[in-house]
Every structure is written in structure tokens, then in C-alpha cells.
Design a protein around this ligand. Structure first.
Ligand SMILES: Nc1nc2c(ncn2[C@@H]2O[C@H](COP(=O)(O)OP(=O)(O)OP(=O)(O)O)[C@@H](O)[C@H]2O)c(=O)[nH]1
Ligand SMILES: [Mg+2]
Length: 192
């Protein structure tokens, strides 16, 4: 049982990446306080939030880095990626371009944070009529991530706007994957 005031067993850094207006900040806000801002405010250059959750017996502090997509911060890139243990790659189902730029983020991840668990998030599924991306196109990218980049990836379709959507599942699935991987690695070391 996790007690009040307990120190976290793990601190995990998660980065959120994706094309401009894909909904990174909206998803994070929805996860943290349940709200959905309709008005768009660009994230510049980034927004850092902390969230504590329990995974099994452990209290985990997630340090979530919501990276703004505005250009001009490229020199900061290595800093954003450094030490990340998991990544949420968000794209917008109503903007083909937002899926097309996903490989760029995977390449950067392979360079600065190789092998970390990735969740690919298709956002804005509430905008059914405006959908521009097919399931085949998404499957193609998922296969590429697994085969060409040899990265673990989980896929979710969601909407930051739809009150019925359980956004927490997306964040907590990634945090659980990270912790399980960490515990497995620790056990591997013990048994060597
Ligand atoms: N209909 C709909 N609108 C959404 C959804 N998620 C986000 N939006 C809207 O899309 C716009 C952009 O959302 P943001 O969360 O600010 O996008 P972002 O990815 O953080 O953008 P940058 O900070 O520029 O990188 C805002 O006007 C949101 O209200 C969604 O699931 N459905
Ligand atoms: Mg933002």
C-alpha cells in the first residue's frame, strides 16, 4: 500500500511529441485535471508537469515534458530527449501531415533516447467527418516503427475533447511499460 507523503520509488521522464496542434497539451490537461480548452495556445518552448501514480507496490512520479512544436528550438532538442524513458507521439486524425512527420520523431528518438517504449496516439477521433488518415496508413507506420526502427510501440485512438474518453489509460499504460521494463532489467542484473 502506498502511504500519504511517501517518497516515489521511481521518477520517470516522459516526452510528448507531435505536429503542431495535434493535441499534446489538450491530452495532458485532460489527464491532469479533466478540462478541455477549446482555444489554442501554442506551447513555447515546452511545458513540464508532474503526476504521481501507483504501479503495483510502487509510487511513481511521472515527469511529463510536453514539447511545443514551434520551430526555432532545435538546439534544445537533445535536452528534451535526454533521459526520457518513454514517449507519447501524438498525431491528428484530421491532418495527414501530422502522421507524415512521425518518422522524424522516431529518428530523433533513436538518436537521443534509443529503445524506449513509445505510444503512438491518434487524437481528435471525435471529428469523424474530417478524418484524413486511414487505418492502413497507421498500420504501415506501426510496422515500420517495429521492424525498421526496432522500437516497442503501443497504439491508441482517442479524443481529448470527448468526455467519455479515458485519457488516463494512455499515460498509465506507458508508465507501467516503463516500470515493468525497469524492474525486469534490475532482476536481470541481480541474476547475472
Ligand atoms: N475536436 C477536437 N479538438 C481537439 C482535440 N484535441 C485538441 N484539440 C484542439 O486542437 C487545438 C490544438 O490543441 P493543443 O493541445 O494545443 O495542440 P498541441 O499539440 O499542444 O500544439 P503545440 O503546442 O503547437 O505543439 C486546440 O484548439 C484544441 O482545443 C480533440 O481531441 N478533438
Ligand atoms: Mg501544446
Amino acid at each position: 500500500m502506498v502511504e500519504k507523503g511517501q517518497t516515489p520509488s521511481y521518477i520517470v521522464k516522459i516526452i510528448m511529441l507531435g505536429f503542431t496542434r495535434a493535441g499534446k497539451t489538450a491530452l495532458l490537461k485532460k489527464y491532469l485535471d479533466g478540462s478541455f480548452p477549446n482555444k489554442y495556445t501554442p506551447t513555447q518552448p515546452m511545458n513540464l508537469e508532474n503526476k504521481r501514480i501507483t504501479v503495483g507496490e510502487n509510487l511513481v512520479q511521472a515527469s511529463i515534458w510536453d514539447i511545443g512544436s514551434q520551430m526555432g528550438y532545435d538546439t534544445l532538442l537533445p535536452l528534451y530527449y535526454k533521459g526520457a524513458l518513454g514517449a507519447l507521439l501524438v498525431f491528428d486524425l484530421t491532418k495527414k501531415k501530422s502522421l507524415e512527420v512521425i518518422p522524424k520523431f522516431i529518428n530523433e528518438l533513436s538518436k537521443y533516447a534509443p529503445g524506449i517504449p513509445i505510444s503512438l496516439i491518434a487524437n481528435k477521433k471525435d471529428l469523424v467527418e474530417d478524418r484524413e488518415i486511414t487505418q492502413e496508413e497507421i498500420d504501415e507506420i506501426l510496422e515500420k516503427i517495429r521492424k525498421e526502427w526496432n522500437q516497442k510501440v503501443t497504439y491508441f485512438e482517442t479524443s481529448a475533447k470527448d468526455p467519455q474518453e479515458k485519457i488516463a489509460v494512455i499515460f498509465e499504460d506507458l508508465i507501467q511499460n516503463i516500470i515493468h521494463e525497469k524492474i525486469e532489467n534490475i532482476e536481470d542484473e541481480i541474476f547475472i
